[in-house]
Write a protein that binds this ligand. Structure first.
Ligand SMILES: [Zn+2]
Length: 83
């Protein structure tokens, strides 16, 4: 989140009606609702990230990475047996 979002003590949250809200370019959200909003945005960003990675590197690279992760997993499982 940008740190220069102004907080207005007298603004009313559009989501829950609480007094005191951040002004997101005209959309007023209290700190609780804005954190929910930001979490949703993060999920969206993850999906965008996935799409970008697939576009950028292609499925073959991602499958190769998955193979590496799986082989690491197997190694760690073997280590666990020894602990
Ligand atoms: Zn709220």
């Amino acid at each position: 989140m940008s740190r220069d979002v102004p907080f207005d003590d007298n603004a009313i949250c559009e989501e829950c009606g609480a007094k005191g809200a951040y002004d997101f370019m005209g959309d007023c959200l209290c700190s609780e609702c804005s954190s929910k909003y930001i979490e949703e945005e993060c999920e969206e960003t993850n999906e965008e990230f996935n799409e970008r990675v697939v576009r950028q590197y292609g499925g073959a690279t991602i499958r190769a990475l998955l193979d590496i992760v799986k082989s690491l997993e197997r190694r760690v499982e073997k280590l666990e047996d020894k602990i």
